[in-house]
Design a protein around this ligand. Structure first.
Ligand code: AMP
Length: 233
């Protein structure tokens, strides 16, 4: 469990919905620090497989570079395996999954098989122009995963991570041509999940257009009251 995390049973399964650039990854890292539940980012898992040159990475690479979605079967299998790990027992934060209605149905079935409750779902809604600014300015540390934005949250030394001085990277799919494809995939395939989960309860909206620390404060307020195991001790 991360330093400073609460010694509580956990926050259960949590799903972060939102367009690329909405801040799911940045905010998930804040929740990890506060609640100790692991962040399960399917995008990070694919990037890790691509960099290690695995068979999974080989299959995902071209799709990711084009801004498309990896097939549901591959993603669902990868997530189910990950959720069986011991660190997921008290709860986990899903970032970037589910991204399609069939994935949401698969998640429901996986949780049922595991005897887990339905997820708490938080949608980070963000103004389109803010999304574009966040995506084009995003840089990340390949070593520790810290996320920066050259316009909004630049590192102290341009191009280098504040934590470990590693040169920052610009994700290949954060280039403008690919961003357009990713946002189109979001609109067509992921946005319908907002209605899907709204109809199933345990659904909350948080204004993702705010500054990062204001979003974090809203999330803490929400989770400290909405998730039974998450109350501060
Ligand atoms: P992300 O870091 O969440 O923006 O994901 C980067 C890329 O990985 C996406 O543009 C997709 O190509 C792929 N990916 C990540 N999660 C999923 C998912 N749940 N379903 C399909 N493709 C995914």
């Amino acid at each position: 469990m991360a330093a400073g995390a609460r010694s509580v049973p956990g926050i259960g399964p949590l799903v972060f919905l939102g367009a690329p650039g909405a801040g799911k990854g940045t905010q998930a890292k804040e929740l990890v620090k506060r609640y100790g539940a692991p962040q399960i980012s399917t995008g990070d898992m694919f990037r890790d497989n691509v960099s290690r040159g695995t068979e999974l990475g080989r299959r995902a690479k071209a799709i990711m570079e084009a801004g498309g979605l990896v097939s549901d079967d591959i993603v669902n299998g990868m997530v189910e395996e990950r959720l069986k790990a011991a660190d997921c027992a008290p709860g986990f934060i899903l970032d970037g999954f589910p991204r399609t209605v069939p994935q949401a149905e698969a998640l429901g079935a996986i949780l049922e098989r595991m005897g887990r409750p339905a997820p708490l779902v938080i949608n980070l809604g963000v103004d389109y122009n803010i999304l574009l600014r966040r995506l084009t300015g995003r840089r990340s540390c390949p070593q520790c995963g810290k996320i920066y934005n050259i316009h909004l949250q630049p590192p102290a030394r341009e191009g280098f991570c504040d934590v470990d001085s590693t040169p920052l990277i610009h994700r290949p799919d954060d280039r403008e041509e690919v961003i357009r494809e990713r946002l189109a995939a979001y609109e067509a395939q992921t946005r319908p999940l907002v209605d899907y989960y709204r109809a199933r309860g345990r659904f909350h909206e948080v204004d993702g257009s705010q500054a990062a620390d204001a979003i974090t404060a809203d999330l803490f307020r929400l989770l400290d009251t909405a998730a039974p195991g998450a109350a501060r001790v």
